[in-house]
Design a protein around this ligand. Structure first.
Ligand code: SF4
Ligand code: SF4
Length: 132
C-alpha cells in the first residue's frame, strides 16, 4: 500500500522532511502537477507525514475519502480550477496557486482521483527531479 496526498494539499511542504524514505516530492510544473506527490513504490506506510499536514490532505490509500464532506472554506487544488491562492509554506517561502476553489460547508467531494494521479506522477510524469 501507500499513503496518498489528495487535492486538499496546498504545497505547505511540512510533510517532506519527516518522511524517513524521502519519497514525497513537489509536483512540477505546478500548473500540471499542483500537489505534492508520494512515490507509491517507496512509501513504507509509516504514517509520519499525516499529522504534519496542516490541511489534513494525506490519507492511507484505502482510506482516501470518496465522499469527503467539507467543513466549508477549505480549498481544493486541482488542474482546471481557476481560483487564486497566496500563502506561505512550512519554511516561510511564498506559495502561489491558480488552480484552487473554496469548498462550501457540507459540500461532498470525491478525493480518490488523487490515487491514480500520484501513481501517474512517478510512472509517466516527472517523478523525481534533480532539484527536488
Ligand atoms: S504538508 Fe500537506 S499541504 Fe503540505 S505538501 Fe504535504 S500534503 Fe501538501
Ligand atoms: S507514510 Fe511514511 S513513508 Fe509514506 S510518505 Fe508518509 S512519511 Fe513517507
Amino acid at each position: 500500500m501507500t499513503h496518498v496526498i489528495t487535492s486538499l494539499c496546498l504545497r505547505d511542504s511540512g510533510c517532506v522532511e519527516v518522511c524517513p524514505v524521502e519519497c514525497i516530492v513537489p509536483g512540477k510544473p505546478v500548473e500540471q502537477w499542483p500537489l505534492y506527490y508520494i512515490d507509491p513504490d517507496t512509501c513504507i506506510d509509516c504514517g509520519a507525514c499525516v499529522p504534519e499536514c496542516p490541511f489534513s490532505a494525506i490519507f492511507p490509500e484505502d482510506e482516501v475519502p470518496s465522499a469527503y464532506t467539507a467543513r466549508g472554506g477549505e480549498l481544493i487544488n486541482q488542474v482546471g480550477l481557476s481560483g487564486h491562492y497566496e500563502g506561505k509554506n512550512h519554511h516561510g517561502q511564498p506559495v502561489v496557486l491558480n488552480s484552487v476553489r473554496a469548498l462550501e460547508a457540507g459540500e461532498v467531494v470525491d478525493l480518490t482521483p488523487a490515487i491514480a494521479q500520484n501513481a501517474e506522477y512517478f510512472k509517466s510524469g516527472p517523478g523525481y527531479s534533480a532539484n527536488d
